[in-house]
Design a protein around this ligand. Structure first.
Ligand SMILES: Nc1ncnc2c1ncn2[C@@H]1O[C@H](COP(=O)(O)OP(=O)(O)OP(=O)(O)O)[C@@H](O)[C@H]1O
Length: 250
């Protein structure tokens, strides 16, 4: 089933067209990987899904993007509520300079949850879901900045999960991490897809092959091909996809 369906999406930064006629369905409770050479529009596309591009000046978006049956670009959409349903994790772990507890409790508190017991429960659930609880449960009041890079990234995932999103967008979430921390995040992503729909931008084709169900290949603003990951990496339909995955460019 499609969680998000994108039809005829075009996006411009001023006069520059960064995405052209994109049609793509994001399947529910699956991992969709976005791959392609630098500058092809992967991050731009990812940001259209929760309207993060709205924050950039001079962006024009046309086409239709639906989260289930809701058109997310309608004028009356509450963008804050939308971003609550579609959370985001960035390339570089970006915890707040606050305690581990406060990082996770921050969003729920802003949404008006004040009850300490309820916040405790959200913090524990989110940290458990992000496979971080056992490592931090005895130092919840310590600064998040004292965690390792991989732990910080799992904390950022916990922070997103605290808002009970339905979709998680991840923009190269492991590119700043070592192989062991990367493996932990990959395991976590595979676990999380039981409950969440995940869209991940990655430069690593090995990573896309390891963790994703579907893969979309972008090239210079066009979506060249989208299919089951297995198919993309074994028998792609388009010569350009084949050239990219066999390392002929990129
Ligand atoms: N804020 C912006 N203003 C103008 N042009 C932009 C902006 N952000 C991105 N672009 C341009 O849009 C195109 C797509 O960029 P985008 O960052 O989406 O690509 P990408 O595939 O994610 O690249 P990378 O893998 O290097 O992160 C590029 O040509 C880029 O220079």
């Amino acid at each position: 089933m499609s969680k998000i369906s994108v039809k005829n999406l075009n996006l411009y930064y001023g006069d520059f067209q960064a995405l052209r006629n994109i049609d793509l369905n994001i399947e529910e409770k699956k991992v969709t990987a976005l791959i392609g050479p630098s500058g092809c529009g992967k991050s731009t596309f990812l940001r259209t899904l929760n309207r993060m591009n709205d924050l950039i000046d001079n962006v024009k978006t046309a086409g239709s993007l639906c989260l289930e049956d809701q058109d997310i670009y309608r004028d009356d959409v509450d963008v804050v509520a939308l971003r609550r349903r579609i959370g985001m994790v960035f390339q570089k772990p970006n915890p707040f300079p606050k305690s581990i507890y406060e990082n996770v409790a921050y969003g729920p508190k802003r949404y008006g949850i004040k009850d300490k017991k309820q916040l405790d429960e959200i913090v524990e659930r989110s940290l458990r879901e992000a496979a971080l609880w056992d490592e931090v449960k005895d130092r919840l009041d310590k600064s998040a900045l004292g965690l390792s890079g991989g732990q910080q990234q799992r904390l950022c995932i916990a922070r997103a999960l605290a808002m009970k999103p339905e979709v998680l967008l991840m923009d190269e979430p492991t590119s700043a991490l070592d192989p062991i921390a990367t493996a932990k995040i990959e395991e976590l992503i595979i676990e999380l897809k039981k409950n969440y729909t995940i869209v991940i931008v990655t430069h690593s084709m090995q990573q896309a092959a390891r963790i994703s169900d579907n893969t979309a290949f972008f090239l210079m603003g066009d979506l060249i091909e989208v299919d089951k990951t297995q198919k993309i990496f074994t028998t792609p339909r388009d010569k350009r996809t084949e050239d990219y995955i066999t390392g002929r460019f990129g």
